[in-house]
Design a protein around this ligand. Structure first.
Ligand code: PEP
Ligand code: MN
Length: 347
């Protein structure tokens, strides 16, 4: 249950509310955000009736006692999108953003060359994984903190904010210092300890949809991060598991308008991990723009054939293909009355 308190609530009134809801197996947490003040009540709901609380002095409103997502939902913000600042980049504002880069930090030279192409062709942020979730322990697991340091220095040199995935709660606080935005991956959308640790990140977070998770649970994943204190969140549709084998996953394009109704958080689409094949990436990316996404997360490498094997080379765009994507995106966005975000300052 979430109780919204009046900003003018007196200490004694707050104590009265606390006394009223405390007890049993319940814990209380004060949450302040956007100039608003809340008391979140977790635990046993026995004898917890919103109608009895509503009338106490200093209370503005009380959610139903069985609410599962509040801060991430439209109950918290009925209209519009809550834009998130990722370094100089605004995600979820009027303009469309493109976050691009290789699957993995491999050599610094390749990352630098890829980042230069991303920047030159109008990409807004650089992505690359250093902690890699893999289907087998015999695949490359990523360069870890060393990889984040390389990503951070390449991003600074080229002038692009950087995004990378973190997989373990214990690495979030320290590792987030190297990043402008932290990412949690599809395999970790139900890892609640990791989601809660995003409250310790000093950065906004990008939460990818679990490949077998309904949208309600994606919003619920964001709620865990918000409850733990991180309100700067972006969601990402990246394909779900279906019976279809012609693509790696099935991009759920309906997730974008459906999520808009469910949440005020910005919504990105990752066509690369959904498609699994580079020739499908541009059409899916254009569909994401047409359906109203706030931006893309897309895999690009200076030379996709040179990426580590096994890896995501087959779904990775070359710089030439990336340029073609950016040109086509402009046209689709124009037709939708939107534009690409302004590029970061020149190289
Ligand atoms: C990624 O973006 O690098 C990634 C591994 O994606 P996902 O978690 O969606 O598979
Ligand atoms: Mn990848």
């Amino acid at each position: 249950m979430i109780i919204e308190l009046s900003p003018e609530i007196r200490r004694d009134e707050l104590e009265h509310v606390r006394d009223y809801v405390a007890g049993g197996f319940r814990s209380l947490k004060e949450i302040k955000c956007g100039g608003r003040h809340f008391l979140a009540v977790s635990g046993d709901r026995t004898n917890l009736e919103p109608s009895k609380l509503d009338v106490l002095p200093g209370i503005l409103s009380v959610s139903p006692s069985d609410v599962t997502s509040y801060f991430a939902s439209r109950q918290f913000k009925p209209l519009g999108t809550t834009a998130v600042q990722c370094g100089p980049l605004e995600i979820g504002g009027p303009d469309f953003v493109v976050i691009a880069g290789p699957c993995t930090v491999e050599s610094e030279e390749d990352l630098q060359a890829t980042a230069e192409a991303v920047k030159e062709y109008g990409g807004h942020a650089l992505r690359a994984g250093a902690f890699k979730p893999r289907t087998s322990p015999y695949n490359f697991q990523g360069r870890g903190i060393e990889g984040l340091k390389i990503l951070s220095s390449v991003g600074k040199r080229v002038g692009l904010p950087v995004v990378s995935e973190l997989m373990h709660p214990s690495e979030v606080e320290a590792a987030s210092h190297f990043l402008d935005m932290v990412q949690t991956g599809t395999r970790n959308m139900t890892n609640q300890e990791l989601l809660k640790s995003l409250g310790n990140a000093h950065r906004p977070a990008l939460i990818k949809r679990g490949f077998a998770s309904p949208l309600k649970d994606l919003v619920g994943a964001a709620e865990f991060a918000m409850y733990s204190g991180n309100f700067n969140l972006v969601l990402c549709e990246r394909g779900i598991q279906t019976f279809e084998r012609a693509t790696r996953f099935t991009l759920d394009i309906s997730a974008v308008p459906a999520l808009r109704i469910m949440t005020h958080l910005p919504i990105l689409v990752d066509p690369s991990h959904a498609a699994g094949r580079s020739e499908l990436v541009i059409p899916l990316a254009l569909a994401a723009a047409a359906v109203g996404a706030d931006g893309l997360l897309v895999e690009v490498h200076v030379d996709p054939k040179r990426t580590m094997q096994p890896g995501d080379g087959p779904q990775t765009l070359s710089p030439k293909e990336f340029l073609s994507l950016m040109k086509q995106l402009e046209k689709v966005l124009h037709a939708m009355g939107r534009s690409l975000a302004r590029p970061a300052s020149p190289l």
